[in-house]
Design a protein around this ligand. Structure first.
Ligand SMILES: Cc1cc2nc3c(=O)[nH]c(=O)nc-3n(C[C@H](O)[C@H](O)[C@H](O)COP(=O)(O)OP(=O)(O)OC[C@H]3O[C@@H](n4cnc5c(N)ncnc54)[C@H](O)[C@@H]3O)c2cc1C
Length: 286
């Protein structure tokens, strides 16, 4: 049973409350995942610490060569941001695809990351952007590469009863770079997709100079198709290279069967289709 609901005004205050309640208090942002988990008894908390009124956790800015997005920025705010649309198009598209408008208006980037689902839409886009997660704890700030942030389905390296995600940062896309986000889902379903793919590519003198391919859910955590990425770097920007990279990504991906969201075989076939589409679109934009 939740007995207390507290609105701290600063990060320091939030951390002090978490420390004081010694594991019985937990961070809440939009509550779109947590409230359901509390109701189902999957998560227990005596005190909820609502971080949505802390000004330092909100907003989107470009600074020192990075784009920074505050943890309590909502999916709708990210999707509508002209900066994100111009310099990290796949993240805008990923956030626009989350749930429904009501969910996007309250669900946050920080919550999406800490909830740690392998096909969480913004997490897949951030994985392709090689983002870093900013974590605030009693010992100060630490930055964690997104590829080391997730540990298993529903598990990440941040404990929301002790510390909090402050924000996330990544390099904006530059000249000759492009991105794409592709998503396969049931029509009108307001939930995680059957499959999603986020891609960032760059090219120089007719060859791929940068390639990042993130796919969900084909592993317990947001998955980077490293073999396909390695193959692409230095390969000519051509439909043949893209086809081969899509085949390699399909080979690497290990999806599971889901009664609600398709068989492993279907998902594996669709990995190739979605990666091909994403690479084609990103290459054209680059
Ligand atoms: C109908 C419906 C449809 C949905 N559709 C999608 C979809 O299409 N795609 C998708 O990816 N997700 C979807 N979701 C899941 C959910 O909306 C997102 O994961 C959302 O981003 C969670 O953010 P939140 O702010 O609501 O998190 P909360 O529910 O508040 O928190 C989630 C978890 O993160 C912790 N937490 C939150 N913020 C922080 C922080 N800053 N620091 C540390 N810990 C923190 C909480 O303690 C909790 O464990 C859907 C959910 C619903 C109910």
């Amino acid at each position: 049973m939740v007995e207390e609901y507290i609105f701290p005004q600063s990060i320091e205050e939030a951390l002090e409350i978490l420390e004081r309640y010694n594991g019985e208090a937990r961070i809440i942002a939009g509550g779109t995942d947590l409230v359901l988990q509390l109701r189902r008894g999957e998560v227990k908390a005596r005190v909820l610490v609502d971080i949505t009124r802390i000004p330092e956790l909100k907003g989107i800015k470009e600074e020192d060569g990075f784009i920074w997005v505050g943890a309590t920025t909502t999916h709708q705010e990210v999707a509508e941001s002209p900066l994100i649309q111009a310099k990290a198009g796949l993240l805008a598209k990923a956030c626009r695809s989350v749930g429904s408008l009501q969910i996007r208006n309250v669900g946050t980037i920080g919550g999406n990351l800490v909830n740690a689902m392998p096909a969480a839409d913004s997490a897949i886009a951030l994985a392709a952007l090689d983002a870093e997660v900013e974590v605030a704890g009693k010992e100060g700030i630490r930055w964690i590469p997104i590829t080391q942030f997730h540990e298993d389905v529903g598990k990440c390296c941040v404990n929301p009863c002790l510390e909090l995600v402050k924000g996330v940062r990544f390099r904006p896309l530059g000249e000759n770079e492009g991105s794409s986000f592709q998503r396969l889902a049931r029509r009108q379903a307001l939930i995680l997709p059957i499959l999603n793919v986020g891609v960032v590519v760059g090219w120089e003198e007719g060859k791929f100079s940068r390639a990042a391919i993130a796919i969900g859910p084909v592993a317990p955590v947001p998955f980077r198709a490293r073999k396909a990425e390695e193959y692409l770097k230095g390969s000519p920007v051509s439909p043949e290279s893209i086809e081969e990279a899509s085949r390699l990504a399909q080979e690497e991906a290990q999806p599971r069967s889901s009664l609600l969201r398709g068989s492993a075989e279907y998902r594996k076939d669709m990995v190739r289709v979605l990666v091909r589409r994403a690479l084609m679109e990103a290459a054209k934009l680059a």
